[in-house]
Design a protein around this ligand. Structure first.
Ligand code: FAD
Length: 570
């Protein structure tokens, strides 16, 4: 059997290695357009920033290494030009000398990935406008930084690659402006969770401009002017375009293979395309969203690796299946970590999925042990069953492990009640006896059982101001002095005085309670409701409200020095 693989990185290299492990007799050929095979895409931004300094660290395997260990014929600098499914052949060009040849196959695996979107803006082909996908792109940017006096950079796009690039450009000593067309960075997060990220990035020195619609790039002396809708121009010595990726499906399209959403290649659960003997995997293919079932394009390394293995299995007679992607992702932003899995509010609404949400603020480990940091956890659940639908976490320590637990919970179809029962590892340096994941479960269970009602940050401004309701703040007077009230008409009764001062509250009026994070106000709600008051708890507290209420002001109120989250109170 002869298997040809187009694309020799995440999906392609995985498929090749698995094929060899399953079939010692197969002839395996990898065609890779760039000069590198099995390179570490995810590590590329860190070479730009000088965090990774050894060029060899970026490649996990060399063509020679592949040949030696796996007996695989790896042809770097070879581009597949055309597939002829009827003949079972691929037209190939050697980029070294431009010569072309025909390669035959019994089975073909496409793993061509996704390319950076270039929207066709005037000036985007200027040599000072870069994209970041390959090892060559990375070296080009690094070499430019090393050989030119780059003082100011503009990154266009606030997705994973744009943000990692911005961090690394700052790390390389370059003042960096990040222009984002929409109202938030990191689309896997909801805007209310991204607000904290915005404040932090600004605190780290990223000049973050939301709602900035780039119209083009104009040469300006040694640098460029990045022009914005409205006429403003932002100066830059270097521009990095990171406005998303699109599947490289041209080969599949011209071969007549069925396509899916957003130009992806349609595949079945074994990663087979519409054409017998051709498989496709990775960033180029359509996947089923594991939670909503919606056909989606989710470009991440984990699914690409899994799919490469599944395609190889199926070729070798093992009926492995890909059961869908839930988009679990994590990103380091300076000292902050942001992670998500499953549905967020935007994707739930788009898929017509009914959801409830809880916002919790929990310590990464026992607070008496040094180094604990709180994390904001937003969990979406099915109101009818309590099944966990999605989660987002922003914090500084222990975010990744909580996200992995929640991702696993979603995969296993667990409910909020199940989260309360998870028996998770605990010792003071690592966690809390009530882990943040347990806490999310407790809060959702309280909401579902009606033990507490909640309202959200965006409802605060619209609460009646005519005296018909009470806004009650149960923080200490010191906190209120430092941080301010949600609204001037809010009254402050600290939690520990509440039982003795209930007489100050009118039992005929509904009470909207807040504290710093939502915990003390929950306790207050329990006191109030057991004394016959109707009340509601502000989800996420003053802190969550404050990030969001001040997000557009460019000087977000909660203080966040880079790497040093403040406000650890409850
Ligand atoms: P790729 O790994 O992109 O490989 C496709 C290869 O096919 C390319 O090398 C391309 O040159 C080659 N190719 C395409 N067309 C042809 C052709 N006609 N002939 C020959 N060769 C061809 N994902 C995460 O989950 N976490 C991260 O932290 C993360 N960070 C990232 C950072 C960067 C800078 C980038 C660019 C991506 C990052 N990703 C991350 C995404 C992740 O790298 C991809 O999801 C994954 O590599 C997809 O695997 P793939 O095999 O589909 O495509």
């Amino acid at each position: 059997m002869k298997v040809v693989i187009i694309g020799g990185v995440a999906g392609g290299a995985t498929a090749a290695a698995r094929l060899r492990r399953l079939d010692e007799g197969a002839e395996i050929v990898i065609l890779e357009r760039t000069g590198y095979v099995s390179y570490a895409n995810c590590g590329l931004p860190y070479f730009v920033g000088g965090v990774i300094t050894d060029r060899d660290e970026l490649t996990l395997q060399t063509p020679e290494g592949f040949r030696r260990r796996f007996g695989i014929d790896v042809r770097v600098g070879h581009e597949a030009l055309e597939i002829n499914p009827a003949e079972h052949t691929v037209e190939v060009r050697s980029l070294a000398d431009g010569s072309t040849y025909t390669e035959s196959y019994d089975k073909l695996i496409l793993s061509p990935g996704a390319r950076p979107v270039k929207p066709g803006l005037p000036g985007e082909d200027d040599p000072r406008v870069f994209t970041l996908r390959t090892v060559e792109d990375t070296f080009r940017i690094r070499d430019y930084l090393d050989t030119h006096p780059v003082r100011r950079a503009v990154v266009v796009g606030g997705g994973f690659i744009g943000l990692e690039a911005a961090e690394n450009l700052l790390h390389a000593g370059v003042a960096t402006t990040l222009l984002q067309k929409g109202d938030q960075v990191l689309p896997p997060l909801d805007p209310d969770m991204a607000a904290e990220v915005h404040a932090y990035l600004r605190g780290c020195g990223v000049e973050l401009r939301l709602g900035a619609h780039v119209t083009g790039f104009v040469p300006d002396g040694e640098g460029l002017s990045v022009t914005l809708e409205g006429g403003e121009a932002v100066p830059a010595d270097l521009v990095l375009l990171g406005i998303g990726v699109m599947p490289e499906s041209e080969l599949a399209r011209s071969a007549g293979l069925a396509l899916g959403v957003k130009g992806t290649i349609a595949v079945d659960e074994h990663m087979r395309t519409s054409c017998p003997d051709i498989y496709a995997v990775g960033d180029a293919v359509e996947v089923r969203h594991f939670v909503s079932g919606a056909k989606s394009h989710i470009a991440l390394a984990g699914p690409a690796n899994k799919q490469g293995r599944i395609a190889a299995d199926h070729i070798c007679g093992i009926p492995s299946t890909f059961t869908g992607s839930q988009g679990t992702s994590v990103i380091k932003l300076f000292d902050m970590t942001a992670a998500s899995t499953g549905l967020n509010e935007k994707t739930a609404r788009a898929a017509g999925v009914d959801y409830g949400k809880a916002v919790t603020y929990s310590a990464s480990h026992a607070t008496y042990y040094p180094g604990a940091h709180n994390m904001t956890v937003k969990t979406l659940y099915d109101p009818a069953t309590g099944r966990i639908l999605g989660a987002q976490i922003v914090g500084f320590d222990g975010v990744d492990k909580r996200m992995d637990v929640l991702a696993t919970a979603i995969r296993a179809g667990l409910t909020a009640a199940d989260l309360t029962e998870l028996d998770l590892a605990y010792a003071p340096p690592y966690g809390s006896a009530k882990d943040p994941v347990n806490m999310a479960g407790y809060v959702i269970e309280n909401l579902r059982a009606g033990r507490v009602e909640q309202h959200h940050w965006d409802e605060v401004a619209g609460l009646p101001a005519d005296g018909s309701v009470v806004l009650l703040d149960v923080r200490t007077p010191g906190e209120v002095r430092r941080q301010g009230l949600l609204r001037p008409d809010a009254v402050n009764i600290p939690l520990d005085e509440l039982r003795n001062r209930l007489g100050e509250l009118d039992p005929s009026k509904k009470i909207y309670v807040n504290c710093f994070s939502g915990l003390r106000s929950y306790l207050a709600c329990r006191i109030l409701s057991q004394h016959g008051y109707r009340c509601s708890n502000l989800a996420g507290g003053w802190r969550f409200w404050s990030y969001n209420a001040t997000d557009r002001a460019h000087d977000a109120a909660p203080t966040h020095l880079c790497g040093i989250p403040t406000g650890q109170g409850k």
